[in-house]
Design a protein around this ligand. Structure first.
Ligand code: C2E
Ligand code: MG
Ligand code: MG
Length: 556
């Protein structure tokens, strides 16, 4: 198998060659040792024996001694050689197994890494660039679900065989993971030639596969990236993978990598990149003011996560939160959100002029975080470390958190309440919108999703529902926040419908903590915070006065 690979592989894998080379050198040493032993025996021992006992030993015995002295070391060497050959064989087999995928027999991801580097230099020697094709089968999971895993496995083997056949002797194919394959071509003529080949792969996979009595049709998406001798194999794979994701949205199912795709987090790269971001402290918090609708005074802030990615700049949660949740990294990142949120709450409380109420700080949590056994413990440690007053803190959670694992969530939230931290129901109106949750989980804050605002004032029935929600919340002693306020006319309507607090770009975009510092220090005295009737009509100017220049975040 190893030999067949080397014959069909234009870029020799050093690891395999090195292990065979090492084995050969070791073998040569053993043979040399055996021969040397014989020579030594004959050169030194035998003459002495002959001299001393020549007269007493019969010729037959002399021959016997000579044979013994030659045969024993040679026999021992032969035995050692045989043992060694077995060991080398086993070692080769182990190396082969570790470099090949057990199902398809194709080289695996580890093998691929070694090949890529040598393919890049091979291309460089031929004055060209290497082309790397990242191939993902579309709908493979559906095949497993419909036909069972056995047929799924057969299909995978058949796809691997088809790809290997398409590669001929110039290209090389590996199974990367699951339903992903990578083809390396260090002999590509032109980029156009490679793009054509990407299209050929798509057509090739689209030909139905005959498996037993079934004819199965699937498709593939192919991402293409080019590399030269300076390229890092991991970077090129990431680029080809990003292009493959782009290809999934395109008509011809192929795409060539370009810089604009760098931003994309793909399942293959997400975990490594997010882990790095966590270690390097690239996750930051911005704070969006929550204001009183009557006078636009800031009463609190919502902590919102950002990824300060060195290659892309500031990235918003929509682009990384799903991956953070899928990989479970939301748990350690969430811990740092708690620590930083609590720390800032304490700082702002200390900065608050006498006679004023300190800012409330709300922090978001995902369902995946809440059900962790040590969730409340982590929160408790962050609170204790910071010395913040728990009554200034709220956790924002959506209805999805309440229903995904009610038992675990219930007990976690009880622990949160025991810490003295309040609960806010986030994005109300986008999920089940069940008001019973408000009571049963003792929420103190209800955040109405911004999507409600679009029809506000234009649909009497919608207005009636919103009014009902606000009045019910008030009856239960729950404060209401309207999210996503982007225009001043919405404010008057919201106040009229019974909402007290608001948040949105109209007032301020999410801001760095230092900007919030200024707001805390420059807040007007309590007497000037009295509700102003005029604010209900058109608070645009007033908001500008109270939250100066915050419509756009300096970095958000
Ligand atoms: P959310 O909790 O509903 O946060 C409000 C989102 O609305 C924020 O988006 C905010 O920037 C945006 N927003 C505020 N005002 C306006 C407006 O006037 N117009 C529009 N179009 N948008 C507005 P962001 O920061 O991108 O956060 C998105 C979501 O990510 C958050 O929605 C929250 O569910 C989640 N998230 C943010 N930070 C964290 C965190 O630290 N942990 C967890 N688990 N989730 C977080
Ligand atoms: Mg929120
Ligand atoms: Mg929200």
């Amino acid at each position: 198998m190893a030999r067949r690979d080397r014959d069909s592989n234009p870029y020799v894998v050093n690891e395999l060659v090195e292990s065979e080379h090492r084995a050969g050198v070791d073998l040569a040493w053993i043979v040399a040792f055996g021969v040397a032993l014989c020579v030594l025996a004959i050169a030194f021992t035998l003459p002495d024996q002959l001299l001393e006992r020549a007269e007493t030993i019969k010729p037959l015995n002399v021959n016997g001694v000579i044979s013994l002295l030659v045969v024993v070391p040679l026999g021992a060497s032969a035995f050692a050689i045989r043992r060694y050959r077995d060991a080398v064989g086993a070692q080769r087999e182990l190396t082969r197994l570790s470099l090949h995928d057990a199902l398809t027999g194709l080289p695996n991801r580890r093998h691929l890494r070694a090949v890529l580097a040598s393919a890049f230099s091979h291309a460089w020697r031929n004055n060209t660039k290497a082309a790397v094709f990242f191939i993902d089968l579309d709908g493979f999971k559906g095949v497993n679900d419909t036909y069972g895993h056995e047929v799924g496995d057969q299909l995978m083997v058949a796809v691997g065989a088809r790809l290997r056949h398409s590669c001929g002797t110039d290209r090389w194919v590996a199974r990367y993971a699951g339903d992903e394959f990578v083809i390396v071509d260090a002999a590509q003529q032109t980029p156009e030639h490679s793009r054509r080949f990407a299209g050929e792969i798509v057509s090739l996979i689209e030909q139905p596969f005959a498996l037993g009595e079934d004819r199965i049709s699937i498709s593939a998406s192919v991402g293409l990236a080019f590399a030269d001798v300076t390229s890092d194999p991991d970077d090129v794979l990431r680029d080809a993978d990003a292009a493959m994701y782009e290809a999934k949205n395109g008509d011809d199912r192929t795409a060539t990598y370009n810089e604009s795709m760098r931003a994309r987090l793909t399942p293959a790269t997400a975990e490594r990149r997010l882990q790095e971001a966590l270690v390097k402290g690239e996750f930051k918090l911005l704070y969006q003011p929550i204001v009183s609708l009557r006078n636009s005074q800031i009463v609190g802030v919502e902590a919102l996560l950002r990824w300060d990615d060195p290659t892309r700049g500031i990235v918003t949660p929509a682009d990384f939160l799903p991956a953070l949740e899928d990989t479970g990294l939301i748990v350690p990142v969430g811990r740092s959100v708690f620590r930083e949120g609590c720390r800032q709450a304490r700082r702002w409380a200390e900065m608050t002029p006498d006679g004023q109420t300190p800012l409330r700080v709300t922090m978001n949590v995902s369902p995946r975080q809440i059900v962790q056994v040590d969730f409340a413990e982590d929160l408790g440690s962050a609170l204790a470390e910071s010395g913040a007053d728990p009554s200034l803190l709220y956790l924002e959670l959506t209805e999805a958190s309440l229903i995904s694992d009610p038992r675990a969530t219930w007990s976690a939230l009880e622990n949160v309440r025991d810490l003295g931290i309040g609960l806010a129901l986030d994005d109300f109106g986008t999920g089940f919108s069940s008001l019973t949750h408000l009571r049963s989980f003792d929420f103190e804050l209800l955040k109405i999703d911004g999507s409600y605002l679009s029809t506000l004032g234009s649909d009497g029935k919608d207005d009636a529902i919103v009014r009902h929600v606000f009045s019910l919340a008030r009856a239960l002693g729950i404060a209401t926040v309207a999210e996503g306020i982007s225009e001043s006319p919405q404010i008057g309507l919201l106040i009229e419908l019974g909402c007290e607090l608001g948040q949105g770009f109209h007032f301020a975009e999410p801001q760095p903590a230092t900007i919030i510092d200024n707001l805390v220090q420059k807040r007007l005295g309590p007497e000037s915070q009295a509700p102003k009737e005029s604010a209900t009509s058109d608070s645009d100017e007033e908001a500008t006065v109270l939250l100066p220049n915050l419509r756009r975040s300096p970095i958000g």
